[in-house]
Each structure stands twice: as C-alpha cells, then as structure tokens.
Design a protein around this ligand. Sequence first.
Ligand SMILES: Cc1cc2nc3c(=O)[nH]c(=O)nc-3n(C[C@H](O)[C@H](O)[C@H](O)COP(=O)(O)OP(=O)(O)OC[C@H]3O[C@@H](n4cnc5c(N)ncnc54)[C@H](O)[C@@H]3O)c2cc1C
Length: 495
Amino acid sequence: MPSKIIDKDTPINIVGAGVFGLSTALHLARRGYRNVTIFDKQPYEKTLYSYLNGCDAASADFNKIIRAAYGPQTEYQQLTLEAISEWNAWNSELASSKSVPPGMNSTDRVFVNCGELSLLDADELPAFELATISGMDAAGHKDTQFSTTDPSHLAMAEKKGFGFAMDPFKRVDRGKKNVGVLDSTGGMAVADKACRFALHKARTLGVHTVLDPVRGALESLCYDESGKTVTGIKTRDGIVHQAALTVLACGGWTPSILPELDGLCETTAGSVVHFRIPRESPLFERFAPQNFPTWAYNMREGAEGGLYGFPRDENGVLKIGYRGTKYTNPRVQHDGAERSVPVTRWSTSPGQSQENLKAIPQQALKVITKFLNEFIPELKAEGIDIFLTRVCWYTDSFDNHFVIDRVPEREGLMVATGGSGHAFKFLPVIGNYVVDRIEGVGPDRPALKAWKWRQLQKDQKPLNVLMEGSQGSRALEKVPLVPDSELELNPKARL
Ligand SMILES: Cc1cc2nc3c(=O)[nH]c(=O)nc-3n(C[C@H](O)[C@H](O)[C@H](O)COP(=O)(O)OP(=O)(O)OC[C@H]3O[C@@H](n4cnc5c(N)ncnc54)[C@H](O)[C@@H]3O)c2cc1C
C-alpha cells in the first residue's frame, strides 16, 4: 500500500492505549510528530492498567512473558532482543529516577529477567526448541539457552545464576521427566506498570491523551464526501476529532469496529486463574521471581496443553494461563454478519445483551487443575485457592503475525493490531515499526512484510482457524462454564 507522507504538525489520532497504541504514540513523538492524540474508553489514569481495578484490555495485566525463544521465526527473535535491550533501558531510567510516572518510584521495575522455561511432555527437545537454540547461537547469543537435561547446560545455567530456573517444579526430585529449555534472556514484563511507564513517556514527549469512557470512546469513523477517505473520529460525546491519519489499535475490539478484518483477524479468549500467596506462607519465597522463572508447558499440544505461568508478583498474586483452546463470543452485528466480540468480568461489547462473564470455561479449569495437581501440589496442600479468574481477549490473525498496515481503499486509516497472543513483549519497540510503515521506511524487512494487510491464500493452512461463528465448538455460549459461585470466588472481598 503506498504511504502518504504526513507533515509532523498534522493531527494523528490513535484509538486504543494498549501495547500497540502506546508504543505507536511514543515512537511518533520520538520521531518529531507534534500533534498525536491517544483516545481510549478506559480511564487509565484512575485504573492504572490494573485488572483488579476493572481494566480488561489484553495489555492491562499483572505480568506477561518475555522470551526470545521463537524457534525458526528469527524475525521475532531479533525483535525480542531489540525489545529486551529497551526493557533494560526502561528499568535503568526508573532506577535512576530520570523518569517516573505518578504513583511509581525508583524501586519499580518493568522487566524481570527471571528466565523463561519451556517445558514439554516429550523425551527430547522438539524441532522448535532446537531451532531456537541454533537461532540464538547464530545471532551471537550462544550459551543463553539451556537444555534442562544436558549436564553441561545445567552447570552453565548454575554459573550464570539461573540454576533455580532449570527445575522449578522439582520434577527430578519427584522422579518425573523434566524436558525443556530455559531462555535465560527472558522473563516477564510487569504489565500494568510497563503500560503506565509507556504512557508517561509518551506524555512527557508531548502526546495528548483522552482516556475516558465518553470523551475517549470511539463512536464512529468520519469520512470525506467520497466516503473513502477517513478524516478523523467521532467520540461518544459527539465531538469530531479531525486527523490526517487515524490508527486503530483497539485490540480485541478492532475486528468488530473494522469489518474488513473478517478472515484476517478475530478476537478469541484465553483463560486465566490467579492465586494469592500470603506473605507468611513458605511458598511466598519459593515462587518469588529470584527463585522461580516464567514457564510454558506443552504450548503446541492443542486442547490438553497450552499452559503458562509466572512467579508471584509483589502482592503474592500467582497467575496461570491456558490457551490450548481459545474461545470466541460470536454476535450478529449491524451488517448482519457474525463476529466475535470481547465479553469480560468487567464489560460487554456494544449491542451485547449478555451479562458480564463472571466465569471460566470448564475445559480450561480442568487442564489447569490437572497440571497443578501434578506440578504444583504445594498450592493445594497449603490451602491456597483461586481468588480470581479471567477471560482475556487476544486478537488472533490467521497466521499469528501482527497486522500493521494501511487499510485498503480507506485513505487516512491504519491498523496496528493482530497481537495473536505475543505482542506485549514488544511494547518498547513495536511502535518504531508502525512509524516505519507510516513513513514507508524499509517495507521489505521480513517483519514488516509479514505484518502487511493480507488474505489467507487458497492453499495456505491457517495457524488459527477464524470465524467459525456460533456453530463453532469454541463459542462461549456452547461451552460449559464454571461460574464464580461454584468456585466460591469473591474477588471484591479479597482485593
Ligand atoms: C491471555 C493473554 C495472555 C497473553 N500473554 C502474553 C505474554 O505472556 N507475552 C506477550 O508478549 N504477549 C502476551 N499476550 C498478548 C498481548 O497481551 C497482546 O498482544 C497485546 O497486549 C495487545 O495489545 P493491543 O494494544 O492490541 O490491545 P489491548 O491491550 O486490548 O488494547 C486495546 C485498547 O483499545 C481500547 N478500545 C477498544 N475499543 C475502543 C473504542 N471503541 N474506543 C476507544 N478505545 C477503545 C481498549 O479499551 C484497550 O485499552 C497475551 C494476551 C492474552 C489475551
């Protein structure tokens, strides 16, 4: 798509203050764009990107995995290494008090390098993990990936201070298999604080923000007389905000806002449970990030696999997620087509009569519980139960690549979306590529090529099957759910 150069003083609207919107704003400002505004329907100054405060954007969370382990996809490996360098710079900025958002202080960190362990129910490392090891070697990062069953790797991990992360579930002591690989460059982002920091940085560079359920909520796109050029947005208060370029970065809400994404992106739900480990419990230390890595288990094994988790956070919250099955919420929209739209504990999408979703799919809970019984029986033994569940909305593309491009046939409109469950780690850098796309810089780089507007080709097998609709087996209305009442959850009482 040809890109039109825009003057650095012309207004640019970004809709959505999640990872894609924040990073885009930050990098536009860094490149000298002086009239950038981010709109969001969520009042993040008050809610601070905290799920506990009612935020339900994918980016608003306790923590997210950071890994360079991308198998043969070296473009993402390279991007992660670039991001990790920025994550470390952000930590240094915080530590030196050079730039600290309101409510945070110089002891806060946005990246924790606790390692990321990919475990498998296998006898040896599969091709994906082997490709990561050789890919990192080739990129000059030898001796950063440690196989859990190789004695020389165990010794190396120990020497580099990652011995704790090689068998965090005490599999060997329990006489069980412990096959996996530790990515010692990885760990986790402290998601809510990272978003607050990015927002603060963007604002410091002059980005305007309208974060408000009425004044910041996109009501509609505005067009010129031809009906083909987007001239800005109208927010829920009726005000029109003119712009030469509007970037839609609405996460899981994007596909229902922009029907052209049909077949390219769909919003789907991952399932998450949270435990709270009391400070006085011996498990508080055991699951601290200096003693426990982020982990993934059987990530490519379908409905019975797809588990991942984290060390506990500063308040003792231990998060475990399941993405073996990603659920949908198909609704008939104004044009008569069915599209999946987010429904969460805190909100529904416009036009949805269904109540908020204070429940978790039974299948997700079953797989998580089976894993916990085998890998972390200590939680049950200590009487530590789930205190809060979540369905968290991905924006999946059919090939797991992001979508960062101008919208065909709609001058003045662009999308930055399609995170497909792995975009958070790129918060510090992804916006740089969005701005490259805007300016037409380096369009032939592998990542930018992969993120182009595209269609599933006839002979192409999708990694994510999209738009199965209400007839599909993953539609939430068809799936047995376990409500809060059955789990005896009372999140509000425990906040
Ligand atoms: C369960 C789960 C686990 C994940 N784990 C990881 C991980 O471990 N590591 C990793 O790297 N990535 C992970 N991801 C992916 C990552 O979180 C996402 O790719 C990323 O956060 C997406 O950011 P976004 O900006 O596209 O969307 P979001 O964060 O959802 O932001 C979209 C924003 O748009 C706003 N918006 C929507 N509609 C409107 C409107 N009409 N008007 C105004 N504003 C609007 C919303 O309020 C929201 O703030 C995970 C995702 C999920 C769902």
